[in-house]
Design a protein around this ligand. Structure first.
Ligand code: PLP
Length: 508
């Protein structure tokens, strides 16, 4: 069999911080170690390297027979001072983003619609690598495309997880993704949180006290959502991030930085003078939170970005940024499974971020304008919440700094049927009837015509679907996750229903 080692087109910026590359092979799963490259893709990649090579080896349909020659999208123009407001009002200029098969453009449909490398097309990866460089300035990292963070995460689990492995995560988390790891035999170890997110000292306690004879292999992966943590809406401070990174370094942990809400930050102090002198990208980079990727001097961060929350979720396009060793293994998995993301999306992104489209700076202008609009909705949500809900004393919420979620605490102990037993039935068993009352409240709200996500949905479960008995998490599920992304009417009407439902439930 011909074996050709995969290569990457992009040569990364010089690693100024650390020249040596850690040996990260111990983190690979048995599956990832056993995986062979797709041999056809390996030869295909070689054929791409030398221009003019006649490729009679691949089963690609001929581009003259693609039934498409042009693709146009009408998008808002970012020449408006506040492009999102102009777009919403229908008053702003528009722009056509065009891709052609046979005319010059950023990424020819000829290339976009052909088979490509699993990592995605060079044009798109280069544009995203540039965006990364300007925002995070990561030393020595590669960019591979994904079908969004859900796709990227499930691939990362397969890359790093073996049956019996334990991975760390926040105690309330995006269960759609943690549950996806359970059939692989991965066990989740929840880290306690407070209003500011994951508590580093609890992470340290877990790692320092880990007993391999009783608990199996010590966790070697942390899955975290640092901005607008789903579901709690918390955003990790720079100090916590630094502490978490240091712990990851000390205990040799790989950080899966799942950050789809990174670009949606509020109350940002964006400097007009910086915009005028250096543009939006620099001005935003100055005020966006410091990512784990940006502090990653030894290649232990796999950062997952997505267009889902800043363009549209149906785009199914995101990007993974990680060290070249993991990137190669990830690309091998993609080459032999989903293959690269769809060409139409890649063509659109190439044109949008290219010279004839918004460009990277225009994209960041759109993002900053989007932040203003979501901030307005967040503020409206919090105003209505304080007026309609918090005033009753039955619920409270912190104002989120980013993203889409408000984590609403229900003061369940004020319910006439709330019970707390002083003696434990068995170690770790719930001592309150919080979970039952919250379940009742959820159904009550549903009857009133409102859905909010109950905290129990986001509690870590084991392979049988049960919540582990230690940690008393069932006594702390007195929260709902609500989103503020809807229209003003949805926010007003939804929170009024919520207030009424709560008062009826508490028999006021
Ligand atoms: N991770 C988190 C924390 C999310 O909230 C979501 C979507 O809501 C995803 C991943 C999935 O994102 P994508 O649409 O990029 O697959």
């Amino acid at each position: 069999m011909v074996y050709i080692h995969p290569t990457h087109e992009r040569v990364d910026p010089v690693n100024n911080l650390k020249k040596r590359q850690l040996d990260l092979s111990r983190h690979l799963s048995v599956e990832a170690k056993a995986r062979l490259p797709n041999p056809i893709k390996a030869i295909w990649k070689v054929a791409q390297v030398k221009p003019g090579t006649i490729n009679m080896g691949n089963g690609d349909p001929h581009h003259t027979l693609y039934p498409v020659c042009e693709m146009n999208f009408i998008v808002p123009s970012v020449s408006e001072s506040d492009p999102v407001q102009a777009w919403r009002a229908g008053t702003g200029d528009q722009q056509i983003i065009a891709s052609y098969k046979d005319e010059p453009c950023a990424l020819s449909l000829r290339t976009a619609l052909a088979y490509g490398a699993g990592a995605g097309l060079k044009h798109v990866r280069d544009a995203l690598a540039e965006l990364n460089d300007r925002i995070h300035a990561p030393p020595k990292h590669m960019v591979s495309l994904s079908l969004g963070n859900a796709d990227a995460l499930t691939k990362c689990y397969r890359l790093l997880g073996d049956p019996g492995d334990s991975f760390l995560c926040e105690e309330f988390t995006f269960s759609a993704m943690t549950n996806a790891a359970l059939p692989l035999g991965i066990k989740w170890v929840p880290i306690r949180m407070d209003k500011d997110g994951l508590i580093p000292s609890d992470m340290e306690k877990i790692l320092a006290n880990w007993d391999e004879t009783l608990q199996g292999k010590r966790p070697h992966v942390l899955y975290t959502i640092p901005c607008s943590q789903n579901p709690t809406g918390s955003t990790l401070s720079a100090e916590r991030r630094r502490q978490i990174y240091d712990l990851a370094h000390e205990y040799d942990i790989i950080i899966l930085e799942d950050d789809p809400y990174f670009f949606l930050q509020y109350d940002l102090d964006i400097q007009t003078t910086t915009i005028e002198s250096y543009g939006y990208t620099r001005a935003m980079a100055d005020v966006l939170p410091r990512s784990f990727l940006s502090m990653d001097y030894d290649g232990r961060v796999m950062r997952l970005d997505s267009f889902s929350k800043i363009l549209a979720p149906g785009m199914r396009l995101g990007w993974v940024t990680c060290n070249d060793f993991f990137a190669e293994k990830l690309d091998m998995l993609t080459d032999s499974s989903s293959q690269h993301p769809h060409g139409l999306g890649q063509a659109f992104i190439s044109e949008l971020l290219g010279g004839e489209g918004w460009g990277i700076d225009g994209f960041m202008k759109w993002v900053s304008s989007l932040c203003r609009e979501y901030q307005r909705r967040r503020d409206l949500f919090m105003d209505v919440f304080r007026r309609e809900v918090e005033s009753s004393g039955l619920a409270s919420a912190e104002t989120p700094k980013s993203g889409m979620f408000v984590w609403i605490k229900i003061n369940v102990e004020r319910h006439p049927r709330y019970r707390k037993s002083e003696k434990l039935d068995k170690p770790g068993a719930p001592v309150t009837n919080t979970a039952d009352l919250m379940n009742e409240l959820f159904r009550k709200l549903l009857d009133c015509g409102l859905v909010m996500m109950p905290a129990s949905t986001f509690a870590i479960v084991d392979q049988t679907g049960r919540v582990p008995t230690d940690g008393h998490i069932t006594d702390r599920v007195n929260f709902f996750r609500a989103t503020f992304v809807g229209t003003d009417e949805v926010i007003e009407d939804g929170l009024k229903i919520f207030a009424r439902g709560l008062e009826e439930f508490f028999c006021y």
